[in-house]
Design a protein around this ligand. Structure first.
Ligand code: HEC
Length: 117
């Protein structure tokens, strides 16, 4: 079994975009420096997603950490929106954002996943 895991890891490493390699602590420190564009999104983010998505121990994919977002990004935006609205394991339904619209969620997901364009 081990070789399969290794082979898959190697394949993923080979296909991964040229994202910088960061340790979890570096990724969390980097996540803390990021702020979404515009006052509305940055307020919503600061009050909700940021609480978990900048802290390694929460198990949340860190903001700006493409490596941990990439497998999730591949699920497609409708699936990501549905886990955001409905919750997923440690991810609470609505992400603790009580005034986020679907457009806000999409923008926040794009921001955290480093797929703003
Ligand atoms: C209380 C902590 C917490 C907050 C607040 C939070 N998240 Fe999460 N989020 C998580 C955790 C933990 C996961 C990983 C869940 C898993 O895959 O088991 C996650 C995963 C996700 C995912 C990936 C879902 C998937 O299908 O793979 C998205 C998208 C997401 N969060 C969006 C958001 C957005 C947007 C906000 C703010 C509006 C937010 N989260 C706020 C903890 C949180």
């Amino acid at each position: 079994m081990k070789w399969i895991v290794l082979a898959v890891a190697l394949m993923l490493a080979a296909c991964a975009p040229a994202a910088p390699k960061r340790s979890p602590a570096e990724a969390a420190a980097y996540a803390l420096t990021l702020v979404p564009a515009g006052p509305r999104l940055s307020d919503l983010y600061a009050q909700s997603c940021r609480t978990c998505h900048t802290v390694v121990d929460t198990g949340a994919p860190l903001a700006g950490d493409r490596a941990s977002w990439e497998p999730r990004w591949k699920k497609g935006m409708p699936a990501l929106l549905s886990s955001t609205v409905g919750g997923l394991n440690g991810m609470p339904a609505g992400g603790q954002c009580f005034s986020c619209t679907p457009q806000d969620y999409e923008a926040l997901i794009r921001f955290m996943a480093d797929h703003e364009n």
